[in-house]
Design a protein around this ligand. Structure first.
Ligand SMILES: [Zn+2]
Length: 122
């Protein structure tokens, strides 16, 4: 049998970059969808707290913060992705196509053309 998740207990310690105080947010205090602002409990510095998404699937669990999202796209790829999006591609598909054909020797317009004509493997 497979264990089901009954409850998620989440504590995150934050560090105030102004006074170096550590403070902790627990469960529902942790923002899930959008940034929240919270004053540092010690120095009252207003701090922006990034939302955390908790992703659970059959084979992995991970905590992802948006500050940890690493983008591998160069400026040219980002331009090409935007161009594809303006052609009606969804963001994920535009990224997948551009990443599949990207070479750093390509011009942006070539990148766009290649990405649009890219046949995704079935
Ligand atoms: Zn502080």
């Amino acid at each position: 049998m497979k264990a089901k998740i009954a409850r998620v207990q989440l504590d995150i310690d934050y560090l105030c970059p102004n006074c170096y105080l550590h403070f902790r947010l627990t469960n529902s205090e942790i923002p899930r969808n959008k940034h929240i602002s919270q004053s540092c409990p010690a120095c009252k510095e207003p701090l922006k707290i990034s939302p955390i998404s908790l992703e659970t699937s059959a084979c992995r669990s991970s905590v992802i913060t948006d500050s940890e999202t690493i983008t591998l796209d160069s400026d040219d790829s980002l331009r090409a992705i935007k161009a594809l999006q303006s052609q009606g591609y969804g963001k994920k598909e535009a990224q997948a196509r551009v990443r599949a054909v990207y070479k750093n020797t390509m011009s942006v317009s070539d990148l766009i053309m290649e990405a649009i004509s890219y046949e995704q493997p079935a």
